[in-house]
Design a protein around this ligand. Structure first.
Ligand code: HEC
Ligand code: HEC
Ligand code: HEC
Ligand code: HEC
Ligand code: HEC
Ligand code: HEC
Ligand code: HEC
Ligand code: HEC
Ligand code: HEC
Length: 359
């Protein structure tokens, strides 16, 4: 396939932090300058259960930060604003000098932290996710309403698994480049998706399979996945069939056809649209374009990375027992062949409109 200008543009757009490749994907909405929700900064009333207490407050000497050591009336602070915090948390002066800064942290550390004590971990003024959602209603909407949810938002440090709520070197306050973020967490064996299938160990998979799909090569996982939640199978940005067989309808392949020409699968005869053809007989059409049991792209292609050219896969998982059927694909000059798995050995010839010789 020749690189079309559209694909070139997409690849160019698929920078590390580029805009999503899908027109249907509305540009990220900026939160309308959220106002900090009102919360008290006083020490928790006596008798309330304290979950977390700030070491200098625990020390009991109010004058560490206030003018007087009088618990009833400690008076004004010795330093104003974040400077007070930086006197002890020196590393935060560096964090807040980073290229990407979180406006509420620039404004006041106390937008999120109680300087005395709190029911919440890390002295937060409210449960962390609720705190973020208080200002980021759009992300709240996406993640709560999404049909497919991402456990990355609700396990471990939650939003802070991926974002530094203070400042960062990477756009969108990310703690690492997005590709590293995804791959590093998806680097364990045997992690379940909670519905009986096992997720890929990406560090291993990408290491073992050197033919990377162009958007993966561009390190742009977000070209196809919505991190915070999605309506589609596997958090995809657009539709893609979930099963091995599917009735053909271009709508179901909106993901692939967002970047690839759908004519590859809709024209029975061609000598230009695809090299997966025998003479002019379009074998993509033949395999995929069926009213009931059309094979989905995953029958032959790996979507992330594979050993063979064109991301042709080695084998396909079959049935519920985890059998893997070998595809035994061999590329030949001007064609290719598949041996003895889905059918007897068959070959195709895509040169000069000539079909492969019958055996
Ligand atoms: C680590 C520094 C620190 C220490 C120690 C500290 N405070 Fe504070 N305190 C603050 C900050 C910061 C504020 C918020 C001021 C603001 O922004 O309005 C504050 C505000 C308060 C307020 C007003 C809360 C409000 O809603 O306006 C009270 C009451 C208070 N502190 C009591 C105490 C008492 C009593 C002690 C000692 C037992 C103490 N603080 C020790 C940092 C400290
Ligand atoms: C007088 C020194 C001092 C000042 C001033 C101070 N802190 Fe602290 N803070 C500490 C110490 C000591 C700890 C405990 C550190 C530890 O356990 O590693 C701490 C812990 C924290 C923690 C919890 C971190 C953790 O993992 O336990 C937060 C959040 C925090 N401070 C925020 C603030 C904020 C916000 C301010 C300014 C309003 C502030 N601090 C001012 C000394 C200070
Ligand atoms: C938008 C909310 C928000 C603001 C504003 C904010 N923080 Fe935090 N801070 C957090 C969250 C959330 C965590 C917990 C992160 C985690 O779980 O890894 C945290 C953690 C911390 C910790 C503990 C770090 C650790 O390694 O455990 C310290 C110290 C701290 N903040 C200090 C500050 C200081 C100083 C400021 C002002 C410059 C500030 N924070 C402003 C949300 C905020
Ligand atoms: C698994 C990693 C991950 C987690 C967890 C995560 N995010 Fe994000 N977030 C990203 C990435 C990556 C981007 C960059 C845009 C993109 O690719 O979708 C982003 C972008 C954003 C943006 C700015 C762009 C936009 O889409 O509006 C906001 C705001 C945001 N995230 C808030 C949150 C909040 C709030 C949480 C917790 C509920 C959270 N994120 C949890 C990875 C994550
Ligand atoms: C007090 C309100 C407030 C709270 C609380 C808050 N944010 Fe923000 N956040 C903002 C504002 C304002 C911006 C800047 C939005 C803009 O770019 O127009 C922002 C920006 C961001 C961005 C970068 C967006 C981008 O496109 O680059 C991320 C990511 C983010 N916040 C995550 C979080 C997370 C995670 C939390 C909870 C720990 C949180 N925010 C809590 C107000 C808040
Ligand atoms: C903090 C760890 C963590 C990070 C970072 C992370 N993930 Fe995940 N992800 C998980 C876990 C745990 C699951 C399995 C549970 C689930 O289904 O959500 C998962 C599931 C998924 C799924 C399958 C969802 C389903 O239910 O079918 C996809 C797709 C995915 N992640 C993509 C990504 C992408 C893309 C990134 C980078 C933007 C990323 N992940 C970053 C932890 C993480
Ligand atoms: C070209 C689109 C595309 C790109 C780019 C992409 N993915 Fe996927 N991803 C998919 C599709 C399609 C599926 C479903 C595969 C299937 O079921 O056959 C999927 C499934 C997944 C899954 C769940 C299934 C599994 O095997 O674990 C995870 C996790 C995942 N992708 C992570 C990533 C990460 C991390 C990146 C970036 C390195 C990435 N994806 C880049 C399209 C893409
Ligand atoms: C974000 C854009 C994007 C999406 C979405 C996408 N691709 Fe691709 N794909 C590309 C680009 C760019 C290339 C490289 C084009 C080239 O080599 O001419 C490519 C190459 C391929 C190749 C290898 C072509 C070759 O000859 O080596 C296959 C096979 C493929 N994609 C299948 C798929 C399938 C299946 C899907 C849907 C699950 C999909 N793609 C979704 C952008 C995308
Ligand atoms: C029955 C196996 C099979 C299925 C199913 C299949 N492909 Fe292919 N595809 C191939 C083979 C084999 C090639 C390599 C052709 C060559 O260059 O000889 C290929 C090549 C490609 C290419 C490179 C350009 C070209 O057409 O020569 C793209 C892009 C592609 N396929 C996308 C898809 C998409 C998208 C789907 C699902 C809608 C899909 N394929 C389904 C076998 C398959």
């Amino acid at each position: 396939m020749a690189m079309t200008p559209k694909l070139q543009a997409l690849l160019a757009a698929a920078t590390l932090l580029g805009a999503p490749a899908f027109a249907a994907d509305a540009p990220a909405k900026k939160p309308a300058k959220p106002a900090a929700p009102a919360h008290s900064l006083a020490p928790l009333p006596l008798g309330e259960k304290v979950g977390w207490s700030h070491a200098p407050f625990e020390a009991g000497d109010c004058s560490i930060c206030h003018a007087k050591n009088d618990p009833k009336n400690p008076g004004p602070l010795t330093k104003t604003g974040n400077e007070l915090c930086f006197t002890c948390h020196e590393e935060f002066a560096e964090i807040m000098a980073r290229k990407v800064k979180h406006p509420p942290a620039v404004q006041a550390c106390t937008n999120c932290h109680n300087p005395h004590n709190s029911r919440e971990r890390k002295l937060l003024v409210a449960e962390q996710t609720a705190l973020c959602f208080g200002c980021h209603a759009d992300i709240k909407g996406i993640s709560e309403k999404a049909r497919v949810k991402h456990a990355a938002l609700t396990t471990g440090s939650k939003c802070a698994n991926c974002h530094n709520p203070h400042g960062a070197h990477v756009e969108h306050l990310l703690v690492q480049l997005p590709f590293d973020l995804c791959v590093n967490c998806h680097s364990k064996d045997g992690v379940s998706d909670g519905r009986g299938s096992t997720l890929t160990n990406f560090t291993k998979w990408l290491e073992a399979n050197k033919v990377w799909h162009a958007p993966v090569e561009a390190k742009d996982c977000s070209a196809c996945h919505k991190t915070h939640g999605s309506e589609n199978f596997r958090l995809l940005v657009a539709e893609y069939p979930a099963k091995f067989y599917a009735p053909y309808d271009p709508k179901n392949y909106a993901l692939c056809f967002g970047c690839h020409n759908d004519k590859v699968v809709s024209e029975p005869e061609t000598t230009t649209l695809t090299n997966f053809r025998d003479g002019s007989r379009n074998l993509h059409y033949l395999h995929v374009n069926k009213a009931d049991r059309g094979r989905t792209c995953r029958a032959c292609h790996e979507v992330h990375a594979a050993q063979q050219d064109h991301q042709i896969r080695d084998g396909v998982p079959y049935g519920t027992k985890g059998w893997v059927l070998k595809l035994n694909y061999t590329k030949t000059p001007g064609g290719g062949s598949c041996a003895k798995t889905c059918h007897e050995t068959k070959s195709y010839n895509n040169q000069a409109g000539q079909p492969a010789k019958k055996k």
